[in-house]
Design a binder for this molecule. Structure first.
Ligand SMILES: NC(=O)c1ccc[n+]([C@@H]2O[C@H](COP(=O)([O-])OP(=O)(O)OC[C@H]3O[C@@H](n4cnc5c(N)ncnc54)[C@H](OP(=O)(O)O)[C@@H]3O)[C@@H](O)[C@H]2O)c1
Length: 309
């Protein structure tokens, strides 16, 4: 496993374990998965209050209750701000909701404190001053050690950072070889093709400039609707290319995808979402593969389905 040393002294595994899909696992199976992750050197676990309607955090808490010694090996992150209302889903970065959500996450997970709290999706009704107050209270009470955001663009981060004393250390963003808009817009700068359209305010460069760690999510997914691009006939060319490098490096295709993320100098911290011990082992093997520059571009081009400018 590779590790990133962050500004606040945190040493985080470069691969993070995402807990969005674990809610229906048994305690026994999930305990095995967690222990395997720790054995592979994965020390970072990503949650959200809404995963499985709270069931994912509860399951994680059950593992910690039965194996309390594991807590000191873990960096636990959770997210808040997405709510299910009576009529619609909506976003809520009010001070009251942030603090309530953290208290409930800590209780569900039996973990005393969160190492990181991330704001899940931009709330247009958010008042940065109110968020800053929530962060101050949570930090002062020792309930949260570090803070970050998710799905935010540079201006949204600037606005929030202006109000908050705490550094926004993370931005969790959708990124995979197939969903790589933040890279594509930079590669097509000032061209007339639609690929030059800026969808995110140059979030990739912004995060690198400000030492914000990007945590790519849905790293093996084409999209929510399509599911994974691995072994997906709609992504045959990409799969053939991944297969070629999988054979060359004697690893799985998913390991080649991991190597593709880690080859980028932005120091991404990809979050994987597997429920399978085998898939977990296969992906971790990708940390030992170093792709060449040409190999990186080969995968990128076959994933997006068109040539460079
Ligand atoms: N901030 C946000 O808005 C946001 C949004 C979505 C997700 N997230 C975070 O990102 C994490 C990862 O998201 P994700 O679950 O969509 O990521 P993912 O790792 O791209 O997808 C995991 C899914 O792909 C499947 N898969 C199929 N073949 C696989 C293979 N060979 N290797 C590995 N997985 C394979 C997994 O099945 P198996 O279980 O059988 O391996 C699982 O169903 C989430 O858990 C969550 O923590 C954040």
């Amino acid at each position: 496993m590779k590790y990133l040393e962050l500004q606040n002294g945190m040493k985080v595994s470069q691969l993070a374990f995402g807990c969005m899909r674990i809610s229906d696992m048994s305690v026994t199976d999930f305990t095995e998965l967690v222990k395997e992750a720790l054995k592979e050197g994965v020390n970072f676990f990503d949650h959200a209050d809404i995963y499985g309607g709270g069931k994912s955090e509860k399951l994680f808490g059950e593992v910690l209750k039965q194996n309390p010694e594991l807590r000191k090996e873990m960096i636990i992150q959770s997210k808040c701000g997405i709510r299910r209302g009576e009529h619609v889903g909506y976003f809520d970065f009010s001070k009251e909701h942030i603090i309530n959500s953290v208290n409930q996450s800590i209780e569900r997970m039996n973990c005393e404190y969160l190492d990181v709290l991330v704001l899940h999706r931009p709330d247009t009704l958010a008042d940065p001053k109110e968020i800053a107050e929530a962060f101050d209270e949570l930090e002062a009470s020792g309930k949260v050690k570090a803070f970050g955001v998710s799905n935010m663009n540079p201006m949204q981060m600037e606005l929030l950072q202006k109000a908050c004393k705490q550094k926004l250390m993370f931005n969790q963003l959708q990124l995979s070889p197939v969903h790589s808009l933040m890279m594509t817009q930079g590669l097509f700068t000032n061209m007339k093709e639609s690929q030059s359209i800026d969808h995110d305010g140059s979030i990739l460069d912004y995060c690198r400039l400000h030492d914000v760690t990007i945590q790519p999510w849905s790293i093996m997914q084409a999209s929510w609707e399509e599911g994974t691009f691995l072994n997906n006939l709609d992504y045959q060319k990409l799969n053939d290319t991944l297969d070629m490098y999988a054979k060359k490096y004697d690893v799985s295709k998913s390991a080649v995808v991991i190597a593709w993320f880690l080859r980028h100098p932005a120091n991404f911290q990809p979050i994987f979402g597997t429920t399978s011990v085998n898939h977990l082992r296969e992906m971790c093997a990708g940390c030992n593969v170093e792709l060449s520059r040409e190999e990186w571009y080969h995968i990128y081009i076959d994933a997006i389905g068109h040539a460079l400018p």
